[in-house]
Every structure is written in C-alpha cells, then in structure tokens.
Write a protein that binds this ligand. Structure first.
Ligand code: ZN
Length: 69
C-alpha cells in the first residue's frame, strides 16, 4: 500500500498546512471528491467516478462549502 488519504481526526500543524494546500487546489478545480468506498480524495471540475476503485458512491463537495481555516 502506498498511501492512505483519510480525513484526519485531529490536525497537527503540518497536517493543517497540507489540508489547506489541498483546499487551495480544490479552489482551482472547484470540487473536492471523496469516495465513500475506499476513502480516496481528489479534486476535479465535477462529480465523477472514483479514480482509485471506480465506485460511483462519491461525495462531491464544492470548494465554497469549506470554512476558511
Ligand atoms: Zn474509491
């Protein structure tokens, strides 16, 4: 297994910085997708099937729904 992308329960400073970097990336791509099957996350311009496992059970979160951190 190479890596796991899971939403952290508690953020360290480094994790928070990484999360904010990913939010900035999401802002450019508009939508953060989260797969409920394999917990993978990616950013895109719209809802789509999971890149990792192909599941359609994907949560698409528009960037403007995130609070400013
Ligand atoms: Zn998946």
């Amino acid at each position: 297994m190479e890596k796991e992308n899971k939403l952290p329960q508690q953020l360290t400073a480094a994790e928070l910085a990484e999360w904010q970097r990913r939010l900035a990336e999401a802002n450019r791509n508009n939508v953060l997708c989260h797969c409920r099957q394999c917990d993978d996350e990616w950013v895109t311009s719209g809802r789509e099937a999971c890149h990792r496992c192909g599941s359609l059970d994907v949560e698409a979160i528009a960037c403007w729904q995130f609070p400013d951190g």
